[in-house]
Design a protein around this ligand. Structure first.
Ligand code: PLP
Length: 434
């Protein structure tokens, strides 16, 4: 049996940084990442045979818990009929119908393989529809790693303390206008100056890549109204929130309609049930601008992959109201114990939550923007994280990430989390700036 440390050393000789996505390298918390070999329910197992209660849930998809038997059966059944055809399959339309049934503004849906592709496509549709180039995004919001969106993006970049990314042409970055989140004056100012050149505003339906930061009041409705008043569109990025914070995502919580509804929405994570699948959907007239009906080109060899669609469709069908009640109950238990433990140690903190999605910030008041997120005592997180890990709980390896529960987080895994929190809070209290 190899240890995590041995596997990491070996991986570093074959893969840049030893990882296939930067946050997995534990850059912001230090130490050796776990190499996982299996997952079941609320637990993941590392290469050393150690079980950890998982609060990452594959960064969102595992809403039912890992390896749900019915999802695995659907995947095995689909795989036994062939892995990929590069042709249409009956189940694709069933998945699109399920999304359209749940999310009012989605009249048509196109399947892609990653959230990055979904947001890229939504922006292309918006530009094709409006004939305009500029895109407005929010400081600290993450929409995937396509060029124009890696400007002031959250989590990974914030964690690595990089202002953006090398390799992005200035001309591309210049088509993205970045404004502070929850700042209505800034939105009005950007539209006053560039209104006739803005194709769309893209927003995380609830920010969750700089920790969870809720939209203030009717902020999303305000964005739609303002964009529409200037002939621009609103793209609501529900890659992370979709089918997680509610059966119909953040849209299901807010239920904007008419002029206040988003024009395009993007989905990922839960919609694929753990397989590479994502989607872009929205108003029929906009979606029908896509090829083969319209002039906006988009395609994918593996789009609508039958194994991925089987996982996604089965996951959504199993994601009943009862599942959302269990997610909320797990989040209630953890957030209450987290607040108690930090309070007992006198650690300044705030917990922000949308549905069952939450995160802690080491700051007295809940941040409303990325600037405020950055002002917290982030140095308290690494010792907190490692104390939890030592006690058998796997947290996101960055304070800028949301915590994800699953419907499999029942009494036993919750008890382990609750028992681990006091020592982790003590470690956070004792932390000093490195
Ligand atoms: N949009 C949001 C809100 C996300 O959280 C993410 C990924 O975390 C993406 C887009 C990109 O999705 P993917 O990693 O599947 O490309």
């Amino acid at each position: 049996m190899s240890t995590n440390a041995e596997l990491f050393e070996r991986a570093k000789l074959a893969i840049p940084g030893g990882v296939n996505s930067p946050v997995r390298a534990f850059g912001s918390v230090g130490g050796t990442p776990s190499f996982l070999v299996r997952a079941h329910g609320a637990y993941v197992t590392d290469a050393e045979g150690r079980d950890l209660v998982d609060l990452v849930a594959s960064w969102g998809p595992a809403i039912l818990g890992h390896a749900h038997p019915e999802v695995i059966e659907a995947v095995q059944d689909a795989a036994s009929h062939g892995l990929s055809f590069g042709a249409s399959t009956p189940a694709e339309a069933l998945l699109a119908e399920e999304v359209e049934r749940r999310v009012g503004p989605v009249e048509r849906l196109r399947l892609v393989s990653t959230g990055t592709e979904a947001t890229m496509t939504a922006i292309r549709i918006a530009r094709g529809a409006t004939g305009r180039d500029l895109l407005v995004k929010f400081d600290g919001h993450y929409h995937g790693h396509s060029d124009g969106l890696l400007v002031a993006a959250g989590s990974g970049l914030a964690t690595l303390a990089m202002p953006g990314s090398a390799g992005i042409p200035e001309a591309v970055a210049a088509t993205t206008l970045v404004v502070p989140y929850n700042d209505r004056d800034a939105i009005e100012a950007v539209f006053a100056e560039h209104g006739d050149r803005i194709a769309a505003v893209i927003v995380e339906a609830a920010a969750a890549n700089m920790g969870v930061v809720e939209p203030d009041g009717d902020f999303n409705g305000f964005l739609a109204r303002t964009a529409h008043a200037h002939g621009a569109l609103l793209i609501s990025d529900e890659v992370l929130t979709g089918f997680r914070v509610d059966a119909a995502g953040m849209w299901g919580i807010e239920r904007w309609s008419g002029d206040e509804a988003p024009d395009l929405l993007t989905f990922g994570k839960v919609i694929g049930g753990g397989m590479p699948l994502a989607a872009v959907g929205g108003r029929r007239d906009l979606m029908e601008l896509l090829a083969p009906l319209g002039p906006v080109y988009q395609a994918g060899t593996l789009s609508g992959n039958p194994v991925a669609v089987a996982a996604g469709l089965t996951t959504l069908r199993l994601a009943t109201d009862d599942v959302y009640r269990r997610l909320d109950a797990a989040a209630d238990t953890i957030t209450a114990a987290l607040a108690d433990a930090l309070r007992a140690e006198g650690v300044a903190h705030s917990i922000s939550r949308v549905g069952s999605l939450f995160s802690v910030a080491f700051a007295e008041t809940a941040p409303r923007s990325f600037d405020e997120v950055r002002q917290q005592e982030a140095f308290r997180y690494p010792p907190f994280f490692h104390a939890m890990r030592d006690a058998g709980v796997s947290l996101p390896p960055s304070v800028f990430e949301a915590w994800f529960v699953t419907a499999a987080h029942g009494d036993e895994p919750l008890a382990r989390i609750v028992e681990a929190l006091p020592a982790a809070a003590r470690a956070a209290a004792a932390a000093t700036i490195a």
